[in-house]
Design a protein around this ligand. Sequence first.
Ligand code: C2E
Ligand code: CA
Ligand code: CA
Ligand code: CA
Length: 279
Amino acid sequence: AKTQEHNSYKFFDEAMHAQSLNRLNLEIDLRKSLEQEAFTIYYQPIFELTNHRLIGFEALVRWQHPTRGLIFPNNFISVTEETGMIVLLDRWIFYKACQQMAEWKHKFANCFPLKISINLSAKDLSKPDLIQAIDSTLAKTGLDGDSIILEITENILIEDIDQTIDLLAQLASRHIQISIDDFGTGYSSLSYLHKLPVHTLKIDRTFVEKIQTENCQYKVVSTILALSKQLGLTVVAEGIETARQLQQLQQLGCQFGQGYLFSHPLAATDIEATFLQGD
Ligand code: C2E
Ligand code: CA
Ligand code: CA
Ligand code: CA
């Protein structure tokens, strides 16, 4: 028994070692890629559900790995958050997405107004120079604040409520809107919603997924929609994949949505070819 214990310990230790080596390699790769700007942004169109009118895009980062190809955020965002690299990455994305929107606004004026939704992580919000960085990007790209929606998760909001109120007020004065991402999956402390200048709730994909088959998910979605109506909030459903899900959401009065049923996230050139037309 003793040797077995010893062996299993050794095995565990080696597995741990391999894991931390992997992580270290990932971290080194990410640092290099950040320097070389080896990231790209995909854009997923967001629509008004009743008339299929395009209202904007969500910016979603992809990592162009030198040997492993295009890597999705779920495989690297957590490491960038733990190391603090997310702040640099998100600022780069914020700049690039604003630049892209300003270019599209110029080139496809007749398709506008459209809004760009950009994801921010908790780390971004705690940096005292966030507003300064945003102002600098607005000035450099010429994009107006009212073209921008920042997506943040609800857990961030309640961490330091006073600081959050102050920050959101500064964003509001620039006409930048706030959207609560993955709504329903976090603490969902409803009490903060009417205290903060929040504009939109995004219904998480997990609720949309089983809206037809599971009564509980259906109830969550209808409750979120009823709540937002009372509070005067806009709702965007994410992850709409089937016509039946769309139908159900429409019946419940959901106004906006995104998902594979309409379009996958696409590279900028594909967005231009498919969703934007010149005069
Ligand atoms: P999220 O903000 O909740 O983004 C929605 C995710 O759902 C995206 O995954 C999108 O590609 C995916 N999606 C959209 N429609 C459908 C659908 O119909 N079916 C299914 N199965 N999936 C759909 P993605 O691009 O892999 O991003 C994953 C997460 O990574 C995002 O979740 C977000 O939390 C994070 N993320 C992405 N880009 C950024 C970024 O620039 N900054 C930060 N901080 N986080 C980001
Ligand atoms: Ca999002
Ligand atoms: Ca989401
Ligand atoms: Ca999500």
